[in-house]
Design a binder for this molecule. Structure first.
Ligand code: XMP
Length: 529
């Protein structure tokens, strides 16, 4: 296994991710762990991460002495290379201005780390790497025993190596995808230089995570808020695998879920996994409090607040009635949430992780926090879910906002509207799943990032048979995006749109007009509210 020492970089988790992609097990620990810890960890190799933007103030951070005494290969990345240089007798020039971005690095000499790894070759025969750099501070003098491995015009020592000891430093970031050969370089380090076997798979992750959860939880009990979303579902399945009936899931049905969603969640968790799940049908409560409210943010606040109240009441009941000590609140927090919560990003930042990750909730309930997915990226969580036996349709579902249909019914939320919308939405999703794009062979559901119907509480005139209708409108929305910050409307085939609109108007009495939303984000948002 590989030990990653974290000096506080925003992208340290990406190092771990790349190492996992090379099928090697790794763990991230803070840079100031004890020498004893490192010795007992017995890593095959160590990676020193970069540090956050203000390295200048913190350039006293060092790797523990055991890193250099253990006799295993060490790779220093960015700040990690600088501290390597300082600790082994080289020099670093600290500076308070930094340069970020794309750079072309010239690989010098043959090192085991870079040999044969290059993006292109210069006329004079140097291998070149296209990398993402962030420097300002730089190594200005190699430590004894090191040779120059890479350079750029503005950073003459962009890489260094002492191959007898297996020490390597790179000023650029191989863990980010902008560094084209980054994955190859990290794979080379952990597999070839450290000699890690490369036989680690997601199934092993389950075993390790299960062992960790058992050790953490002991014989205490855990409560988890299940929403039917990917993250809480995978967390529930994993924790259930570890501790079975010591886990109680609370599924608050706010009445704003998609068609049959509540039953599907119950069928999966209570029916198939035999997990202990309490379903709280709170739809009347939610719809009651939403009556007469049409402002989007007010609706969000009501839904979020009620959700916490209902969940708290249920958790308190469970605490009182269970024989064993209920001591944990589990959440499906994943790594991007950990980064996001570092700074309030937008009006939705607090609710983005739906209602389950409400700050302060564990304290209010007197519970400790259990977050077994904290280190994983979304696609890894999905892979884990499949490995745990969750159905791929559930694990690869489009995201669904915490307030649910509450923000897809424009203005005031009414039960009748929700019922119409649910049926229209289900038709749209069914057709997207069943229609394949000929060029790629993929379904249009898989080719879009998020798709749904929106209920517009306005009536328009239509004809049906011999009669005139005066009914509601739904808008279809389908977008393609990689990060949900910007998004393009999806160019769905006309034939598909035609089928969806025909079915909705024929099958959902009360809707006589269907429109397609052709706005991109920005300036529009993905949701209509
Ligand atoms: P917008 O509409 O801002 O949406 O372009 C971006 C992504 O965030 C989701 N979203 C929410 N998720 N609570 C959530 O849990 C919310 O209040 C909320 N509002 C928007 C939206 O579905 C999209 O994926």
């Amino acid at each position: 296994k590989i030990l990653i020492l974290d000096f506080g970089s925003q992208v340290t988790q990406l190092i771990a991710r790349r190492v996992r992609e090379a099928h090697v097990y790794c763990e991230i620990h803070p840079n100031d762990v004890s020498d004893d810890f490192i010795r007992s960890f017995a890593p095959k190799g160590i990676i020193l991460s970069g540090s956050h933007a203000s390295t200048y103030e913190d350039h006293e951070l060092r790797a523990p002495q055991a890193v250099w005494d253990l006799g295993v290969p060490v790779l220093g990345i960015c700040y990690g290379m600088q501290t390597m240089a300082v600790q082994l007798g080289g020099k670093v020039e600290w500076s308070d201005h930094r340069e970020f971005g794309y750079a072309e690095v010239r690989a010098r000499g043959h090192t085991k780390l870079l040999n044969g790894i290059e993006d292109f070759r210069t006329a004079d025969g140097y291998g070149m790497l296209q990398v993402w750099m962030s420097h300002g501070d730089k190594v200005t003098e190699l430590p004894p025993g090191f040779k120059l491995m890479a350079s750029t015009p503005s950073c003459p020592i962009a890489g260094m190596a002492d191959e007898t000891r297996g020490y390597y430093g790179v000023q650029f970031h191989p863990e980010v995808t902008h560094t084209v050969q980054g994955k190859a370089l990290l794979t080379r380090f952990v597999r070839d230089i450290c000699g890690a076997a490369g036989d680690w798979v997601m199934g092993d992750y389950i075993e390790e995570a299960v062992a960790r959860i058992r050790e953490q939880v002991g014989d205490e009990e855990v409560i988890l808020g299940l929403s039917g979303g990917v993250d809480s579902s995978v967390a529930a399945a994993l924790i259930h695998r570890a501790i079975g009936d010591q886990l109680t899931c609370v599924f608050v049905d706010h009445g704003l879920l998609r068609l049959n969603e509540g039953d599907m969640v119950m069928d999966m968790f209570a029916g198939k996994l035999h997990a202990r799940v309490v379903r709280v049908d709170a739809s009347e409560l939610f719809l009651g409090k939403l009556a007469g409210v049409s402002d989007p943010e007010a609706k969000r606040k009501i839904i979020g607040g009620l959700f916490v109240d209902v969940f708290k009441a249920e958790a308190a009941k469970i605490k009182e009635t269970h024989a064993r000590h209920v001591a944990w609140l589990a959440q499906g927090t994943i790594y991007p949430d950990v980064i996001e919560s570092g700074g309030a990003k937008s009006k939705k930042a607090v609710t983005i992780k739906s209602h389950h990750n409400v700050g302060g909730l564990p304290e209010q309930l007197g519970l400790k926090l259990l977050e077994p997915l904290r280190e994983l990226f979304k696609d890894e969580v999905r892979e884990l879910g499949v490995a745990l036996g969750l159905p791929p349709e559930m694990v690869y579902r489009h995201p669904f906002p915490g307030p649910g249909l509450g923000v897809r019914i424009l203005g005031e939320v009414k039960k009748d509207y929700a019922d119409l919308l649910r049926r229209a939405d289900a038709i749209f999703i069914e057709e997207l799943r069943n229609t394949k794009d000929e060029a790629t062979g993929k379904s249009w559901y898989d080719l879009t990032s998020q798709a749904f119907a929106v209920f517009l509480p306005v009536k328009s005139v239509g004809v049906m048979g011999d009669g005139r209708t005066y009914d509601y409108v739904v808008a279809l929305r389908a977008v393609q995006t990689s990060d949900f910050m910007t998004a393009d409307w999806a160019e769905l085939p006309y034939s598909l749109l035609k089928r969806v609109s025909g079915r909705i108007i024929n099958e959902v009495r009360g809707i006589n007009r269907v429109t397609y939303d052709v706005s991109s984000k920005p300036p529009a948002t993905i949701e209509w509210e």
